[in-house]
Design a protein around this ligand. Sequence first.
Ligand code: SF4
Length: 489
Amino acid sequence: MSEVDAASIHGAVRPEGNNHCPFTRGASPHATQNACKMCTPLGAALAFAGVEGCLSILHGSQGCATYIRRYLISHFREPMDIASSSFSEEDAIFGGGRNLKIGLDNVCAAYHPLLVGVATTCLAETIGEDVPQILREYRESRDNETIPQIVHVSTASYSGDHWDGFHKTVRALVEQLAFEPVGVATETPSINLFGGMLSCEDLRYLKRSCEEVGIKAHLIPDYSETLDGGSWSAYRRIPDGGTPSASIVGSSASMASITLGALSSIHPESAGAFLHRRFAVPHLSMPLPMGIEDTDRFLSQLAFLARGDVRPWHPDTSVLFLNPETESERSRLIDSYVDGHKYVAGKRVAVFADPDLLAGLGAFLSETGLVPVLLATGSKVANTGPLVRRIASSDGSVPVLLTGVDHALIADRCRELRPDLIIGNSKGYPIARELGVPLVRCGMPIHDRIGAQRVLHLGYSGAQRLYDQIVNTLLEHRQDGSETGFSYL
Ligand code: SF4
């Protein structure tokens, strides 16, 4: 069995210890070392940041809000306020309901939010706080007219990660705000678009794509402006932008929902699945539009919907209609694959990312002639089938697939597999430096570069940007390592 034919490993337990770690050498370690995931309420805070006029409050210890703010601010380079109910030792024993009610009063007085998102932290979940009951008491004790809408989501970090927290929150928003449609008839066809955890530029791409075919899309959530807005002359406590609550309320009357992401779209607890079950809104699922094939698929599906046809995309029935500009983008991308092929063919790549981005990157790399040898995610993925189907290497080999793993294990496998390139977030820098290979930064968090929120991964233009970056990174690495140096390729 060759290295790339090695069996996939699922779960966080390292098989035979970490021979590079003096503490675990020769034994299976029981603790995560350098987690390849972020905490569950972080995903909740990110999703709430994509709703117009929304402020998050974390129910639990104050440090959780501080950590999450620090992570999101350093990635998005935007101010981000997240309130906390700030448990004391006493609250950790007797419950923090009183703190949450006072916190809600303070948040309403200081921020005047249109909506408050309440997410729990590990401590509140561990002591079994009944947040729905606390919120019922709060609403009853205040004049309902004067308090904003409140959406609650349970986000214990020991039973999930940021990816779960994000999707649970999107689902909670729809579940708690969407109403039975009453005689709603839209002149412009409207769809719900659940894009997932993407960059701000990706969200803008999705909105542009819908506009181009004349579809009104409720993008839920949409933090493209709230976390990547222009400069302000005066500080705003809650930035402009975000999905209006009315769009979430009206999501039950849309002609269809699209959930993007190879893994998110099949999740039975997704917001799209809920709308289908509760309001019979047709639910269409597809991978992230990364690379040529999946972008073709996404744009074909939008073209169907623009004609009022809610059939799911199928290769036998789909015809690709592109406007001349998009057609040129696609054509230039194919041309660039030809131009760059001699520089990337057979280059071995290790990738780590959130599950949907990982599947998208795997499919994109396979399309280009690069060979993914390792695909890893810190998230625990119950059904790896869609991931496996999207990552066949261009040379027919099978990459090592790791799910629910930490950076220590990813680093171990990188040492064994010796990739030419690593693709992942800033957390991949230490192993890239150790192995002397370049790191192409993708996903989240990116703490050691600016512009992470403007990285476009989607569409033909996103694939073009990523492809050029990968080819040039490999060329630069060759140039830097050349004894003679060369300036013509
Ligand atoms: S205690 Fe839990 S919720 Fe708080 S920062 Fe840590 S993992 Fe996240």
